[in-house]
Ligand binder design. Structure first.
Ligand code: HEM
Length: 208
């Protein structure tokens, strides 16, 4: 769980850097060129298959762990961490993870499916015709309900990472007097800043 989780965190950084290009005021040129490159590069395509496998592995393992914990507790919902010190996020990792998993499904059915198989308008970038995914996303983010779904989902991801990031290092046995608080602090920052920037994209596109 920890290794797949940390891999998914690195994906989030790469994905965010790509998506931030949606905010460049160039009619979508930079973002469309990026999306075209990503969907035509062999290395990226092979890595993407690994990414889907990691998402599934992480979700299935998490689901089985939650099931086992519940069984071990004789059906009590709070048995995993009855400790009063256990945070809300640590007690609700399965719930948060399920939301994130459903979000990824809906999100891929929406944007990713369009990039792969959608009949989008084309844009000419330096003589190369590329799909105008930027236009499709801009229209989607004019809908406040879609934007709200994204913002709520980013809060869920942030909450999932709030506990998950530090927990991954603990599981890997990295428990150090000096470094663990630094890792935990980094994890908390990561879980606020990365989902925050993701959420800012649809909100910005709705408002501008
Ligand atoms: C504002 C937020 C986001 C935007 C605008 C966005 C946009 C996109 C777009 C346009 C694609 C298809 C592009 C392509 O395949 O080249 C895509 C794919 C994908 N997105 Fe997002 N995304 C956002 C947030 C997220 C988050 C938070 C996650 C994960 C929790 C995520 C997971 C994925 C995955 C797994 C794919 C498929 C990746 C691939 O096949 O390469 N996205 N996203």
């Amino acid at each position: 769980m920890s290794l797949t989780g940390l891999f998914l965190c690195t994906f989030l950084i790469v994905h965010l850097i790509g998506n931030l290009q949606l905010l460049i005021n160039d009619g979508g040129k930079a973002f469309n060129a990026y999306a075209h490159f990503m969907s035509n590069n062999l290395f990226i395509q092979v890595t993407a298959k690994g990414l889907y496998a990691m998402i599934l592995l992480h979700a299935i393992k998490g689901f089985l762990m939650a099931l086992n914990n519940r069984k071990a507790a004789g059906g009590s919902r709070y048995a995993v961490s009855t400790s009063k010190n256990a945070s809300w996020t640590s007690r609700n990792m399965a719930l948060l993870g399920s939301w994130v998993f459903i979000f990824i499904g809906v999100h891929m059915a929406h944007f990713w499916r369009q990039m792969k198989w959608g009949e989008l308008n084309m844009m000419n970038i330096d003589g190369v015709m590329v799909k105008n995914l930027y236009e499709y996303i801009s229209v989607a983010y004019e809908n406040p309900l879609i934007v709200a779904f994204y913002v709520i989902s980013m809060i869920m991801i942030g909450a999932h990472l709030w506990h998950g990031f530090g927990s991954a290092f603990q599981t890997l046995g990295i428990n150090h007097k000096k470094y663990t608080p630094i890792i935990d602090g980094f994890g908390k920052g990561f879980s606020v800043i990365i989902p925050g920037l993701f959420a800012a994209i649809p909100v910005w596109m709705l408002l501008t």
